[in-house]
Design a protein around this ligand. Structure first.
Ligand code: GAP
Length: 539
């Protein structure tokens, strides 16, 4: 079962080093996160998989890496200066600011309905260019990577001699001054996008829009988000972005956040190339564009069949890396019972939970809001304690619980039972796993076991693409649990048989390989280990 609460993912991400709040030692920066040692690996693997699928495995795609800073005129003619706005309201009582379409007329902070009229708030960040700060010396941090592709259309076309249809792929940072960044990686102010602008003959756009929809759904499935978990939202006309003729939003059901966009697939028509072109009157544009007096180029394509210059239509699949990573973590997350729970010990935890909740109900040290939240969560848990015992950890991490003395008793009763009977496992697709294999010596104070394990690790790492780690910081069971939790598909143990000092001489030069998902163990000759793992990692 995927994650049932975003808290599970936030806690795991922090505990194991996937994601940290930005500048945490100075109190953080709202809506900005850093990717830790495992997060950067997972993020890079998602991006690499997207690039491999959309650039290398097709014969109609090119790549690009355009700069984040661009001439300000790009954002004038793209329409962003005028229209990239969210509706902002102020609460007149508590002075907080909100996005009007997120709050249904009630201030989420103080409950007041005394709000100002919504006014447009432009979400682009500005930065100064050069040493003199005057009204003309600023640039924007790009709010989408797409425009870097449109303004390079002619460069790519002339240097690659592509014929329509073809596309340009780009992965890079985008920045949006979101009014209320929230929900962990879901809505942030600095994020990465994986965008494709796919150029087609006008008239072929609708067919290509459908094809890209199918192709993108297949990719999500490939990285572990089943088709059944994605809803397609055919965006109604009154919600479409200013450039779009039709958009399919792919929606994923994030725990706590709900069904939300993970990727948009838009038909941008000839809006963008037309907007950035000179001589617009001569281009037979179908989109309504602002008159462009500044561009020095016609962004057209010469169609040999008709002998005419046309402005291609564009299909744009655009996905956020952070939202992809969050979905992959949620989908892969599981807390599993590994052996049956003894009824008597469970009953003791049940009693400890009840007395904890009683104590919460009586406590005057915590706010009414925190108390109600703890009670609601605790009672829900108590209804199905056998299935959800590990969630006691999240209950005890809720704001206010540190004021409840008997919380410690509950933890003392629950934790050993959780440790012994459950495991947290991230069932990531092996291709995405931050670490592909971990190698352990059966004993860390045995020179030959240690040296052999380190040599096995070194050899697996030689290929360069299979991140492998060595670990001897605990008993084997504990090391397995740690790797399960971060999604490592294979754990390899070097034991006395490996070094020819075991009971069975036939097992010399072999190791035990344990599978993350089945927990089954297999004996594999060291000489065949790399090929064995590669075969399985292809999945
Ligand atoms: N070029 C088209 C474009 O930027 P968008 O729907 O605004 O379209 C595309 O953004 C994707 O970027 C979204 O589907 C989402 O995955 C991601 N995204 C947008 N805003 C985001 C934010 N504030 N935080 C995280 N991801 C975001």
């Amino acid at each position: 079962m995927p994650a049932t609460s975003l808290d599970q993912i936030v806690a795991l991400a922090k505990r194991r080093g996937f994601i940290f709040p930005s500048s945490e030692i100075y109190g953080g920066l709202q809506g900005v996160y850093d990717y830790g040692p495992l997060g950067v690996e997972l993020k890079n693997n998602i991006i690499a998989d997207w690039w491999r699928t959309n650039v290398y495995e097709r014969d109609d795609m090119e790549g690009l890496d355009a700069a984040i800073l661009m001439n300000r005129l790009v954002w004038k003619y793209s329409g962003h200066e005028e229209t990239f706005n969210d509706p902002l309201v102020d609460c007149r009582v508590c002075k907080m600011r909100w996005r009007a379409d997120h709050i249904h007329g009630v201030c989420p902070n103080c409950g007041s309905r005394d709000l100002t009229e919504p006014r447009p708030f432009n979400m682009m960040f500005r930065t100064q260019i050069g040493p003199v700060a005057d009204s003309g010396s600023f640039a924007y941090l790009r709010p989408e990577t797409a425009q870097g592709i449109f303004v390079n259309f002619a460069n790519v076309l002339t240097t690659t001699a592509r014929k329509l249809p073809f596309g340009i792929a780009q992965v890079g940072k985008a920045f949006r001054n979101e009014i209320n960044p929230r929900n962990f990686l879901f809505r942030v102010r600095e994020f990465e996008q994986m965008e494709i602008e796919y150029f087609v003959m006008p008239g072929a756009d609708e067919e290509w829009h459908q094809r890209w929809l199918e192709s993108r759904l297949a990719w999500w499935e490939q990285i572990g988000i089943p088709r059944s978990r994605i809803t397609i939202y055919d965006v109604p006309a009154d919600e479409l972005a200013h450039y779009s003729k039709r958009t399919f939003d792919l929606m994923y059901d994030y725990p706590n956040i709900g069904v939300q966009e993970i990727e948009g697939i838009a038909n941008r028509t000839d809006y963008d190339l037309g907007s950035h072109s000179k001589d617009q009157d001569q281009l037979n544009l179908t989109a309504r564009v602002n008159r462009n007096e500044d561009s020095i180029a016609r962004l057209t394509y010469f169609d040999q069949a008709s002998g005419r210059h046309v402005v291609p239509y564009v299909i744009e699949p655009s996905a956020g890396v952070g939202r992809a990573m969050l979905a992959v973590l949620c989908e892969g997350y599981a807390e599993e019972l590994t052996k049956a729970l003894p009824a008597d010990k469970l009953a003791v935890v049940g009693e400890a939970l009840q007395s904890f909740l009683k104590s919460v109900g009586r406590s005057e040290k915590i706010s009414a809001e925190a108390r109600d939240a703890i009670l609601a969560r605790g009672e829900e848990l108590g209804q199905a304690l056998a299935e959800r015992l590990p969630e006691v950890e999240q209950l005890l991490a809720m704001p206010g619980v540190d004021q409840i003395e008997v919380g410690k008793k509950l933890r003392g009763q629950a934790q050993p039972l959780i440790d012994e009977h459950y495991r947290t496992v991230l069932r990531l697709k092996p291709r995405l796993a931050p670490i592909k294999a971990a190698v352990f010596p059966l004993k860390r104070n045995h020179d030959q076991l240690v040296a052999t394990a380190k040599e096995v690790r070194r050899r697996l790492q030689l290929g360069g693409d299979m991140r492998t780690v060595y670990d001897d910081t605990g008993a084997i069971g504990k090391l397995y649990r740690r790797q399960d939790e971060i999604g490592t598909p294979f754990c390899i143990t070097v034991d006395f048989d490996t070094i020819g000092q075991g009971k069975d001489p036939a097992l010399a030069e072999t190791v035990t390989v344990r599978d993350r998902d089945t927990m089954a163990q297999e004996r594999v000759p060291i000489a065949e280990l790399e090929a064995y793992l590669r075969e399985k990692l292809r999945a």
